[in-house]
Design a protein around this ligand. Structure first.
Ligand code: C5P
Length: 398
């Protein structure tokens, strides 16, 4: 479960409670599971734990004031609010809960909470009588209605000598719970490997054989699979697009390199999506030096590249395999035959040309499996990718 926190950007807000001494341990544990943590502290929090401690454990300067010229120059509060994948206020005092509920923006932490689009989670910590108070309980109900996640508090002995509910939930349990916030979606926790883009098959040191694939469909699928909670590895031929956030990428050039990279990943792969336009042939010999135009005819001898998707289909322990069939005629018939030949669980068929398909921003596809055949209307590749990932998740679970 904790893997869901890898590379997640957590903005930790610390308010003035004795439980703030545990916030340093919380940061250390969050970083241990791969999260990136930035800390913002209220004035009162600094009475319990120093910004220096929080800076040392987080590895970043601590944000302390709403209007701090130096901090704003490095990363302004709006930028900080946008940066976060999750805002976690731990500990959250009764006063902070009241001000968050009221929509205040009169200090750094409340302003960050108002400005962020990220989910907000609070871990309340206070005296048991303050927690039980009807005003705190009313605030709690409103915050929950506004989709604020509330973790704890737990019951036990308190720093003030009382016994009851009001102790901040332990950092180790907090991490387990916030992991679940990210572990949602149809592909939560699954390992998805996607190939994308064209390959380059070298002729000589400066020339190669390639095709018109831009990688857009594969990249859009990687983004959509990640959004659905999967751990995504994108094995990508040469394209000029940035890799989507939180997707691991393995750049490759030739079909042989792509084959090796894919095969290495297969033992832990749950779903394999072959969206690359792999070159079917490579030069039998690659010239050491640039070929000059001395001859009127130059002959290239080509040999077959491995079929990556079909090779995955031959594995004894194979993942759920999704392939593509880009065809210019008899699209559905050819796609069905290809799915069976390559032992794929599902194939996504599309007609090439007419402003859709390879190289274009849009696509229009038919999804075919042994159990279904569904046409998806022309749409952008990003929109189609989300629909396709939903269908793949359903069929995988079948
Ligand atoms: O045979 P064809 O190239 O039309 O098959 C397309 C499907 O097979 C796509 O999913 C593509 O990514 C995959 N493929 C592959 N390795 C190859 C050729 C195609 O993985 N060498």
């Amino acid at each position: 479960m904790k893997q869901f926190l890898a590379n997640k950007r957590i903005l930790l807000g610390v308010t003035g409670s004795i439980a703030a001494y545990k916030s340093a341990d919380l940061v250390r544990r969050l970083r241990e599971v791969g999260a990136i943590v930035r800390v913002a502290m209220s004035e009162n929090a600094k009475r319990f734990i120093t910004p220096l401690t929080m800076q040392a454990v987080s590895g970043y300067p601590v944000h302390e004031e709403l209007f701090d010229v130096q901090a704003e120059a490095a990363m302004g509060h709006i930028e900080l609010a946008r940066w976060a994948d999750l805002v976690l206020i731990a500990p959250a005092t009764a006063d902070f809960m009241a001000r968050l509920k009221n929509g205040n923006a009169d200090d750094l932490l409340t302003t960050l909470c108002l400005a962020t689009h990220a989910p907000i989670t609070i871990a309340p910590a206070m005296n048991q009588a303050m927690w039980k108070h009807t005003l705190t309980q009313e605030n709690l109900q409103v915050l929950k209605m506004k989709n604020v996640h509330v973790l704890g508090p737990t019951e036990g002995s308190q720093a003030c000598g009382d016994v009851g509910f009001g102790r901040m939930i332990e950092p180790i349990d907090m991490i387990e719970k916030i992991s679940k916030i990210f572990a949602t979606g149809a592909l939560a926790g699954l390992n998805v490997v996607i190939t994308a883009g064209p390959t380059h098959e070298a002729i000589d040191p400066i020339r190669f054989i390639t095709n018109g694939s831009t990688g857009k469909m594969g990249y859009a699928l990687a983004e959509a699979a990640r959004e659905a909670g999967a751990n995504v590895t994108l094995i990508t031929g040469p394209v000029s697009m940035p890799v989507p956030r939180y997707v691991d990428s393995i750049p490759v050039i030739s079909a042989n390199e792509m084959y090796d990279a894919v095969m290495k990943k297969m033992p832990e792969c749950d779903i394999f999506i072959a969206a690359a336009a792999v070159g079917d042939y490579r030069c039998q010999t690659i010239a050491d030096q640039k070929i000059h135009k001395d001859e009127s005819i130059v002959q290239l001898v080509l040999e077959r590249n491995p079929d990556i998707a079909a090779s995955v289909g031959q594995l004894t322990e194979k993942p759920f395999i999704v392939g593509f069939a880009a065809e210019t005629e008899n699209v559905i018939v050819q796609a069905k035959a290809k799915r069976e030949r390559k032992k794929m669980n599902m194939i996504i068929a599309n007609q090439v040309g007419g402003g859709v398909g390879m190289g274009s921003d849009e696509n229009e596809v038919t999804v075919i499996s042994p159990y279904m055949e569904m046409s998806l209307a022309q749409a952008t590749k990003r929109k189609l990718a989300r629909q396709l990932i939903a269908i793949i998740a359903n069929e995988y679970k079948r």
